[in-house]
Design a binder for this molecule. Sequence first.
Ligand code: NAP
Length: 496
Amino acid sequence: MAGFGIFQDTIDQDVYKYYADGEWKVSSSGNSVIILNPSTRQPQYKIQACTQDEVNKAVQSAKEAQSIWAKTPLWKRAETLHKAAAILKEHKESIAGCIVKEIAKPHKDAITEVVRSADLISYCAEEGVRILGEGKMLVSDSFPGNERNKMCLVSKIPLGIVLAIPPFNYPVNLAVSKIAPALIAGNALVLKPPTQGAVAGIHMVHCFHLAGFPKGLISCITGKGSEIGDFLTMHPGVNCISFTGGDTGIAISKKAGMIPLQMELGGKDVCIVLEDADLDLAAANIVKGGFSYSGQRCTAVKLVLVMETVADVLVEKVVTLMSKLTIGAPEDDCDITAVVTESSAKFIEGLVDDARVKGATFCQEYRREGNLIWPLLVDNVRPDMRLAWEEPFGPVVPVVRITSVEEGIHHCNASNLALQGCVFTRDINKAIMISDAMETGTVQINSAPSRGPDHFPFQGLRDSGIGSQGITNSINMMTKVKTTVINLPLPSYTMG
Ligand code: NAP
C-alpha cells in the first residue's frame, strides 16, 4: 500500500496526503477516509479528511497564484500543460494500478484512461493557444444611428478559481477534462476527487506538481463529498464549478452562488433499433455499449427500444455475444468486474427485483457475489418498471419492445435524463429525422452512445446537465468576455 517512486511524497504512514500551496500535507483533522477495494471489499487506501480551514487556505493561495498565472504568457501555460501530459503518460502504469484497485476498472481500460487523459491535456494546450490567442474587433457603424468612431476589442479572460468535482468512474479523465481547460485559460483549480478514485487523482495531481505549475495554483482537497462538499461548492472564493456525477449535481446547482456551472449528470441512454437495422451491428454495440466497465458509464446503453418484429432476433444475438463476456477480476482484464460499492450493488439488485416481480423476462439467471454482478439482459420491460426509467449504473440492460418509432421517441423524450441516445437503421433519412425528434444532448447514428473524441461537444439536456463540454466548449466556458472600447473623435474631427 506504500507510495512508490516519484509518488513517495504523496503518502505518509499509509495515508495519502492532500495537496495545497505546492506541497503534500497531512490534514490537521487527524481523520482519514478509508477506500475499499470493490473486488475484495477490503480496505485498500486511506486519504486525508480535510477541514474547512484547509479549504479556506487552499482557496486563498489559489487566489494569489491565479493573479500571477493569468499574466503568464499563453505559450508558457501551454508548455507547462504539455509537460504535465508527458509526465502523466510516463506514469500510466502506476496510475492505472490505482484505478484498478479503487474502482475495479479492467487494467487495459485503466491504461487507456490515463493515456487518453494525457492526450486531452496536450490537445487542450494547443486548442487554448489557438482560441485564446485570438480576439475580435467590432466597429460601431454597423449598428443603426452610429458613426464609425467606436472600436470594441473583445478578448477572453479567466474566471478566477474553478472548483472541479469529478465522479468515481473516470477519476483521471474527468478530472483532467476540467483541470486542463481551467489552467490553459488562466484560472486556478481546486480539485475535490471522488473518494473511490482519490488515490489515482492524487497521483495525477502529482504529475501536474512535477510539471512545475506555480505554488497554490492547483490544490487537491480530499474527504467525503457528503462532509466537505457543501462547504466547497458554496465557498465565496469559488468562481466556477465544473461537476460530473449523479443527482448530487442537481442539489449543487440549487445551492451554488451566481457563478457559471458546468454540470455533467446522469444518463438513461436509449438505443432505438428499427426493423431495417443491421442487427449484428446493433447487437455488438448494445453489448459493448451496455457492458463496458460493467455499465458504469454515463453513456452506457441503458435501455434498448426495439421494434417488436425484430426483437426476438436482436435479443438472441445480444444473448449470444453476452455469453462471451468474461467475468472476474479487473487485474485479469475481465469484461465484467465488481461494481464500485456494496450500496451500488444493492441498488442494482433493487431494480432487478422490481422487474422480476412485475413480470419481465430474464435472458440469463440473475447472479451476484459481493459487488460482482453477472451481466443480465432483461427483456419485455414495461413502463411501470423502474428499469425503464432509472439508471442502473451496472451490468444490467433492459429491453422494451415497441410497435412504432413514435413510441420509442416518446419514451426517450419522457425521461428526465437526456444525455445521449442512439438509433440503428439503414435509412439515413429516417435516422436524421429520428435524431431531430430525440430530445437528448447527442444522438449517435449506428453506434452506441459515447463521450469521445474529447474535442467533440458533449452535453446533457434536462436533468442530465447544464452547459456543454468538450475541450473547446470547456475552455470557452471557463473564461468570460472582456471588452475595451476605443472612442475616437467624431468624423467632423480633422486629422490636420
Ligand atoms: P456522485 O455520487 O454524484 O458523486 C460525484 C462527485 O460528487 C464525487 O466526487 C463525490 O464525492 C462528490 N460529492 C458527493 N456529495 C457531494 C456534495 N454534497 N457536494 C459536492 N460534491 C459531492 O456520482 P458518482 O456515483 O461518483 O458517479 C456516477 C454518476 O455520474 C452517474 O449518475 C453517471 O451517469 C454520472 N456521470 C455523468 C457523466 C457525464 O458526463 N454526464 C460522466 C460520468 C458519470 P465522494 O466520492 O466523496 O462522495
